[in-house]
Design a protein around this ligand. Sequence first.
Ligand code: FES
Length: 242
Amino acid sequence: MSVRRLAPDEVQPASFAFTAENLAWATETMGKYPVERKASAVIPLLWRAQEQHAYWLPKAAIEYIADMLGMPYIRVFEVATFYTMFQLQPVGTKAHVQVCGTTPCMLRGAEDLIKICKSRIHHDQFHLSDDGAFSWEEVECAGACVNAPMIQVFSDTYEDLTPESFEKVLDAFARGEKPAPGPQNGRYGAEPAGGALTLHDLPFNAASPDGAAAADKPAAKKTPAKKAAPKTSAADQPSVKE
Ligand code: FES
């Protein structure tokens, strides 16, 4: 668990305001909630402010959003300091690497990724690399455990990492590129490596014997079979009392 404090005064900007485009988006977003519940927009607005301000939230932005939503400053500070998705200090201009350090990722090699962060970026988390392009931190589970180990960079996740593929992702960011997010071992989503192994016989599965064409066909309506009349025998007939 990290201590989450605002950046020192010397790096805080004097003011913050949304761009015209972001202001229009924020107004529309607040309009999705009843007027007396507009505070519900606090997380999306903070996230948009962070995106606008080089992926970290200065004090002025937190107060600006509190004013927009009619919230006490302390309430918005509580939200911004609680969620690790909000950065309170300046981060690397090319990438801020959040390495998941929770059990499934640790079991699958997160410690090796952290070693690389320490050697390539900075020995300590929350510090900028010498050129200011990178920073890193260890975070709790980011919800992609089936693709462990994983990292998040700004809005994207990079999964199924090995030390080698992680280095490649960092190399791409260093060149100013945006590497393709998602699993880095070629598998699709959380499917087994090598493709789906089950449900091949269902019509919606393109790998079924019918192929994709089967998926396009509407399922034929089944007409219920007519019930055969029950067979009767003399033994079934009620006996007639004389
Ligand atoms: S444990 Fe790493 S994403 Fe859940």
